[in-house]
Design a protein around this ligand. Sequence first.
Ligand SMILES: [Fe+2]
Length: 438
Amino acid sequence: MTTLLRQLKPAFRIESVFTTSNGVNITWKDSHQSFYHNLWLLDSCRCSSCFQRDTLSLNQGHDLLKMPLNPTPQEVKINREGNLDIVWGGEQTGHHSVFDASWLRVHCQKDPALKQRKKPQLWDASVSIPYFDYDQVMTDDGVFLSYLNKLVELGVAVIENAPNNEPSFRALVERVGPLRQRYHPTNVFTMDRKNALAQTIQHSYQLGRLRNHTDVTAYDIPTGIQYLQCTLYDNPDNDRQAYSTVVDGFKLAEVIKQENPYFFELLTTEYIPAGRRRLCVEEKLADTDTSARKYEWDAYRRNHLINLDENGDVYQVRYNHNTRIPLEVDFDKIEDLLAAYRRFSQLLQDPQYVAEFLLTPGQVLVVNNWRVLHGRTGIWGNSLQRSLLGTYLEEETFRCRRRILLGDKTGMSNLWLMGCSDRALEILADRYLENSSN
Ligand SMILES: [Fe+2]
């Protein structure tokens, strides 16, 4: 039986190296050129003296105070595995560094795209929301990663054919990682309009329309991913009550940026403060149970509606009409700021941008709460029966799981996976030529 070895794409194979006075130039087989400064290479060394292989962190041997600021290599070559091999000279004589070629390529300092997040696919009401099968997501890592990737590309997905019970719902979410702790005794909540107690503290349980919004805007770090599973939808009126709605907040940010750059500037630099004061929980507790005090919640935060990263790209949108509190703004700007905010609110209701669909029992709506605003059409009749299970994941939990799955796909060792950016892992996960799998 012959085993075909997987072959790396040309971008990850070194064609040639030559040294300069302060570093190493690499020409790759796709003709791209990279330069690595000697000090950067020495500082990044992963030999066992510099880097602990078990904890995957810097070792005592990596002593910045003793590191020469102008290290010089004695010998630089491409080794038999195609990696960069450096034997250091001068004060570092005897020090030997080997750098994985693929790892070097995604650390090319001359490629600005590596420092940017993958461009999201912006969408409007015509979006095709991707659907995934519950069992496949639970058992197939490839499908699981595709679904997590869709949450990065579009910010929304639906899992279907989910068993109609809480343990299965919890298992779906915990496949990614631990649930986010809520300010409630339960981390998986049941949203049932019959819960009269909850109606007194949550808009989402009340009659009428639920405007599109992101959750927990009054937190420093809002929840990353929200899961909502429909367990019951019985509508004798057979109309469009309680249909789910989602809007791409990144798309709306782009629309505002194009039509009115000043509004965009205001929404990215001025604050829209949010507050939430809630001293009871939505679960019915026994009269003798005093644990509710633990969940008293009084949050306040000043944040922008549109938040930009260091490259000026939108990474987070926060908007909840219900938790907005009085503006803290120079009164010279209040008219413009409210006009900008109003424009965003208007776009949020524009049918051109709102995707509307019925979530039926066994379907789980998954949204990136840093990007996609969610809501529902109105409920006006008491005959409608609807029940949802809901829970949250931290954004960090989601990112960690996706990074691990991407890392698995690269086939690289932990030594080199550790500390790669998300963008680097996305690129490395695709480093092999197609049809060359073993
Ligand atoms: Fe919500």
